[in-house]
Design a binder for this molecule. Sequence first.
Ligand code: GUN
Length: 293
Amino acid sequence: MSAQIIYGKPVAELITAETAHEVERLKKAGCQPHLSVILVGDNPASHTYVGRKQKACNEIGIESETILLPTDTPEAEVLTILNRLNRSNKVHGILVQLPLPDHISSDRIIEAIDPQKDVDGFHPVNRGKLLTGESGFVPCTPAGIQTLLVRSGINPEGKHVVIIGRSMIVGLPLAVILMQKKPGANATVTLCHTRTTDLKKHTLTADILVVAAGRPNTIHADMVPRGCTVIDVGTNRVDDPQAKKGYRLTGDVDFESVQEVAGAITPVPGGVGPMTIAMLLHNTVKAAQSLLE
Ligand code: GUN
C-alpha cells in the first residue's frame, strides 16, 4: 500500500489566510507590517528563496524590501545596514538570507539583529527562549514542520521522533520544539547527525522520521519502519538536462521506494517548503504586533 502524501501547500494557505486577516487588522490600526531582507552574493537558490518570500509578503499586504549586496561586500557594511534597520520604526522584521559569503561571520551578523525583529528566530536571545520555553521567535522551517504534522492529524505527542541533521536552521531547533512540555510536542526525540554510527538502527525505531541531512538519497525503504511518517526537508538541486531549468529539485529521501513502506510522506517540492514561508509571514506579523504594543 502506498503512503498518504502530506502536501504543504493547502496547510500553508490556511495559515497564510489567518495571517492575512491579522495584516488587515494591523493596517486598520495604522500599522503597515514591513519585512526587510538582506541577500549577499549570487547564490541562485538563495535568490529563488528570497524571491518567493517577497512574493508571499506582497500577496497578503506585508510590505517587503530586498537589499541586494554584491558578494565582496565587507562585513562592516552589512552591520551598518542592520543597525539602520534595527533603528527604523518602519521595519518590523529583518531576515539575512543564509549562507553568507565566507568572509562574513554569520554569527556576528545574526547577533547584530534586534531580537525583537529577528523573524528567523536565529538570534541567541530567541534560541535561548526556545530552550527555556519562553515566547520568542521560533525558526520558520521547524515551526512549519510541527504545524504541518499537527494539522495533518499526526500529533507528535508521545511519539518517537528521529531527526537526521543537527543544523541551527532545522534539526537542532526542531528537536527542542518537539520535546517541549506543550501541546503538539511532548515527543521523545533522537537527534542523529554525520557522526552517528549505524543510522539505520535509529531510523528503524521512528514513529516520525524527519530528514534534514542536506544530501539526496540519505534514506531508502530498508531504513524506514512500516507505517512511519516521513518528513523530507531536503531541497537539493540535481542536474537534469531534460528539465527546463537544467536541474530538478529532489529531497533527502528516496521517495519512490520509501512511499511503499511509509504511512505518510511529504513530497519535494510541495511538502515542507511552503510551510517555511507561511511561518515567516506569521513571524513578521507577530513582530509588527509586538512592536505596536
Ligand atoms: N537559508 C536556508 N534556510 C534559511 C532560513 O530559513 N532563513 C535564512 N535566513 N536563511 C536560510
